[in-house]
Design a protein around this ligand. Structure first.
Ligand code: FAD
Length: 472
């Protein structure tokens, strides 16, 4: 017997992100029992994670509880569990509950929308030194790490050490890397300077690395050029054709047009690659199909797994018509799959999935963004207003929309402050433990515009390399 009490068609939805939540909502009122299983208890609006990581938004505004956002779907229930396996023959999903007990969840229809995770391109050891940002925990961890480095800069008496604490390297200049670098620059150059007495946070060095020849690789050249110019105006060093080849807790080694260079940096952030959820491979192996290079499972034009019309895979973990791993395909596929399930129960045919491209956009920093929608390329303040409108519209819940707007107006327009800067001693201790600067350190690369303190530092380490320019 399911949540609706009808004992009708059982639908298991794995993942309450953009794809899974939209399936669940599309099935509202249908004669089905939906079980939404997620390893988190919230729906996460990933596009605004970087604002949590930089202290603008509190986590709750972008991560409402799944129970709350599905409370009107009376035929749906939510389970907090980690899905580990699927038995396609017995039509059972296996999941682990938080206390370790194993759950077996039988289904008539299965929808897997488990998203994607970081990819370190075969260098998994980088994860220890350069955390990525996919979950709300990741964003909080990054925020604590970033803020703890400013605290250490205030404590440090050696200008070279202080410069290291104030060096932030973001790997990957896709939208997430650009947004993160832009917000760290605003934090350091606009928000924090008046709050610190010893550390001059203006001197923070923010370096954005990109392996390709342009920032925002999938965007139009005009938007790429505008973004690079704006980032540089914000004091960010943009290094193109530059790859991270090695790193540890104190430094990152990059390979660019000028060869190898080791940069001493208190913070390294990974925004370079993604790969499909491991569940894509589990499903693919069971169904006897191959995943693509990004680990995604290929699906048919109706989003079903080959040979299994009762199993759908959607969103970031599925490969269909070369659609990008962004929110719109997941949202539209989720709505579509809900419709297919209802049509099947009513004995109707559903036409194949058709994607409606609504364009792409990214913010760069204070009141500036780029947008490419319906063939029109917009930059600057107008693009920023479009970005604000779209992101607020797609947040889940009116309370969160209003709360986000209020927080933005207060933080970004009125006070130029960040209301979510809480770290405790123990957190800071953990954040800097791995990154503590040993006494014997190799030559340091100093901030681009040498402040009085940095000049001292330069003297302290004869021959310390100066900044190497935009091309690394
Ligand atoms: C930092 C960041 C910024 C982004 N910015 C943008 C943007 O500006 N615009 C845009 O269009 N897209 C953006 N994206 C991409 C967009 O968020 C994704 O394309 C979208 O979330 C994909 O939806 P999905 O439903 O496939 O997966 P997700 O939304 O990731 O949802 C997957 C869900 O599955 C759950 N899950 C995973 N594994 C399991 C398991 N084993 N058991 C149970 N549950 C599981 C997860 O907890 C999660 O809730 C961004 C992504 C990130 C990470």
């Amino acid at each position: 017997m399911g949540p609706s009490g009808t004992g009708s068609h059982r639908v298991i939805v794995v993942g309450g992100g953009f794809g899974g939540l939209n399936v669940t909502r599309a099935l509202d009122g249908a004669d089905v029992d939906v079980t939404l299983v997620d390893r988190a208890n919230h729906h996460l609006f990933q596009p605004l994670l970087y604002q949590v990581a930089t202290g603008i938004l509190p986590p709750g505004l972008i991560a409402p509880a799944l129970r709350s956002v599905t409370k009107k779907e009376r035929n749906a229930r939510v389970l907090l569990a980690d899905v580990q396996d699927v038995d396609l023959d017995r039509r059972v999903v296996r999941a682990g509950a938080p206390d370790g007990r194993q759950l077996e969840l039988p289904y008539d229809t299965l929808v897997v929308a488990a998203g994607a995770t970081h990819s370190y391109f075969g260098k998994g050891q980088f994860a220890e030194y350069a955390p990525g940002m996919k979950t709300i925990e990741d964003a909080r961890y990054l925020r604590d790490g970033i803020l703890a480095k400013f605290e250490m800069a205030e404590i440090a008496t050696d200008p070279v050490e202080r410069a290291e604490w104030l060096t932030f390297v973001v790997v990957g200049a896709g939208p997430t890397g650009v947004e993160l670098a832009g917000q760290i620059a605003e934090l350091a150059h606009t928000v924090l300077p008046q709050d610190y007495r010893t550390a001059d946070t203006h001197q923070a060095r923010i370096i954005l690395l990109e392996g390709a020849g342009a920032v925002l690789p999938p965007f139009a050249p005009k938007l790429q050029a505008y973004t690079k110019k704006r980032l540089e105006e914000m004091g960010i060093e943009v290094r193109l054709n530059t790859l991270a080849v090695d790193m540890d807790h104190q430094s990152i080694t990059v390979k660019g047009p000028d060869g190898l260079e080791t940069i001493r940096a208190g913070t390294r952030i990974w925004a370079a690659g993604v790969q499909a959820s491991p569940l894509a491979r589990v499903l693919a192996e069971k169904a006897g199909v191959e995943t693509d290079r990004a680990g995604r499972i290929p699906v048919g034009p109706d989003c079903t797994v080959p040979g299994h019309p009762e199993v759908f895979a959607i969103g970031d973990m599925a490969s269909l018509d070369k659609l990008p791993g962004v929110a719109q395909p997941a949202i539209q596929e989720g709505k579509y799959v809900g419709r297919v399930i209802k049509d099947r129960l009513a004995g109707r045919q559903t036409p194949p999935f058709k994607y409606f491209d609504k364009g792409t956009m990214a913010t760069i920093g204070y009141r500036s963004a780029v947008a490419d929608a319906f063939g029109v390329k917009v930059t600057g303040f107008l693009a920023y207003v479009m970005w604000v409108f779209i992101h607020v519209m797609y947040l889940v819940g009116w309370g969160n929309r209003l709360g986000t707007l209020y927080t933005w107006v207060r933080a970004l327009w009125l006070s130029h402050n960040r209301g979510n800067r809480i770290i405790a001693f123990e957190t800071a201790q953990q954040e800097v433990a791995g990154g503590s600067t040993p006494a014997a350190r190799p030559p340091t690369i100093l901030p681009r515009t040498a402040p009085p303190a940095a000049t001292d530092a330069e003297e302290a380490i004869p021959g310390a390399p100066r900044e190497a320019g935009g091309a690394g």
